[in-house]
Write a protein that binds this ligand. Structure first.
Ligand SMILES: Cc1ncc(COP(=O)(O)O)c(C=O)c1O
Length: 420
């Protein structure tokens, strides 16, 4: 087998992926510079023309009726919680594994997250576990299309409609991912996208709230700008009608996002080609569990996440995984362990104190919930066994970057004895 006799880079052998081969993300071109400089020179930095245009263009690209450009994906998620009519003590069902703010956005609105374990195979919320988490307090189900792998939305919607619940899509990692031919962010009642540095559409930082519902748009917009009901260029009355935050996007960021949006389809196409090539090169590698798509799903492959088989990791999976990751990094493979705690294990949830005095869990409107870790075995297993890759699959990286990355992974996987 190729690579078996090769000395690992961590032991002084040659690197599989040579320095400088993997190109950075995102690539900045003259159009980005032109649009950002035009915004800078335009003099309208707050509520400028790019903010409205970015929201309009993103909504058109994704297939939503309305969009509001926010200053982060987390802000857009909070807008979703408010738009769904969640009140103090209401519960929102969230997956036990995701980015922290998929769950803390619920706390931001004095509501209580209730976790459902993930399905180890799809890495997303286990749809079969949703119904058991519903109580008389449940207001919404928040699903996350994690790593750009879409959730089976028809199944989630069937439960939600039958039980009278709203559906929020956290599409922060999933620009362009589709389920049954429809883009994510168009299935639920509302959705949130992120544009931070590493996202498939990067604007530096930023987010987008999307919905087709006029009333939800109105509520989200109020929360977005101080609780006012009119934007500065709509004859502003400075009256606060509801509790609001300041979640507006800057014009410079919107200009950057608009420019990158023009290249998003090309970038996603390359990402999918690269993921298919990597999957073909790694198929059958002993000890590796490759990420799988499933019938009806078209991932964007935001983060190509590998897991290692139990027999490779042994009794102390986390330590063994970390040794493998170090060896991969020494080969020049750009991989790292992302979120390594199941959400309910995090101190904020175990301590059940968001705002002092135990709020929101202590609210008389809240039901008592428990976050026993025994309820989330798949999230735990995922945390201990995964490592992910983003940049090697991103445009302009192509065949050589992918082939060398695959070579580095196979080399380490066929020399695991030398790591222990
Ligand atoms: C799944 C998920 N949800 C929410 C967020 C929050 O997005 P932001 O960092 O733009 O607030 C992120 C990214 O950080 C994410 O990956």
């Amino acid at each position: 087998m190729q690579g078996v006799q090769e000395r690992l880079a961590i032991d002084g052998g040659p690197k599989a992926v040579t320095d400088g081969l993997i190109r950075d993300w995102p690539q900045i071109d003259d159009e980005d510079r032109r649009m950002v400089l035009a915004s800078l020179d335009g003099g309208k930095h707050a509520c400028g023309p790019n903010v409205e245009a970015f929201a309009r263009e993103f909504a058109a690209w994704n297939g939503n009726r309305h969009a509001v450009a926010a200053n982060s994906g987390t802000a857009a998620l909070h807008m979703c919680i408010a738009a769904c009519g969640c009140r103090t003590g209401d519960e929102v069902i969230v997956p036990a594994y995701s980015w922290s703010s998929s769950a803390t956005c619920v706390l931001h609105h004095s509501c209580v997250p209730v976790f459902a374990d993930i399905d180890f195979d799809t890495m997303n919320i286990d749809v079969d576990k949703i119904e058991a988490a519903i109580t008389e307090k449940t207001r919404a189900i928040l699903v996350v299309h994690l790593h750009g792998l879409p959730v089976a939305m028809d199944r989630v919607l069937e439960i939600a409609r039958r039980r009278g619940l709203k559906v929020i899509e956290d599409a922060c990692q999933a620009h362009g991912a589709e389920y049954r031919g429809r883009k994510v962010g168009t299935w639920g009642d509302c959705a949130a996208f992120s544009f931070n540095q590493n996202k498939c559409l990067c604007a530096g930082e930023g987010g987008m709230f999307v919905t087709n519902d006029e009333a939800m748009l109105t509520t989200a917009k109020q929360l977005w700008s101080f609780g006012e009901s009119r934007t500065p260029h709509q004859d502003r009355d400075y009256h606060v009608y509801a509790l609001g935050w300041m979640y507006r996007m800057s014009d410079l960021v919107a200009a950057f996002g608009r420019s990158q949006l023009k290249r998003l389809d090309r970038n996603l196409a390359r990402q999918r080609e690269n993921a298919a090539r990597l999957a073909a090169a790694l198929e059958g590698t002993p000890g590796l569990i490759l990420p799988r798509s499933f019938e009806g799903a078209l991932p964007n492959w935001y983060n190509y996440t590998l897991r290692f088989e139990p027999d490779v990791l042994g009794a102390k999976p986390k330590e063994a995984r970390d040794r493998i990751v170090k060896a991969l990094q020494a080969e020049g493979v750009q991989t790292s362990v992302w979120q390594s705690f199941p959400l309910p294990e995090m101190t904020i949830f175990q301590a059940k104190d968001g705002f002092g005095h135990g709020h929101p869990w202590s609210s008389p409107h809240a039901r008592s919930v428990d976050y026993k870790m025994g309820n989330f075995p798949s999230a735990r297993r995922h945390c201990d066994t995964h490592t992910g890759m983003t940049v090697p699959l991103r445009y302009p990286n192509g065949a050589e970057a992918v082939d060398r990355t695959a070579q580095g992974i196979r080399k380490v996987m066929s020399n695991l004895e030398s790591l222990s």
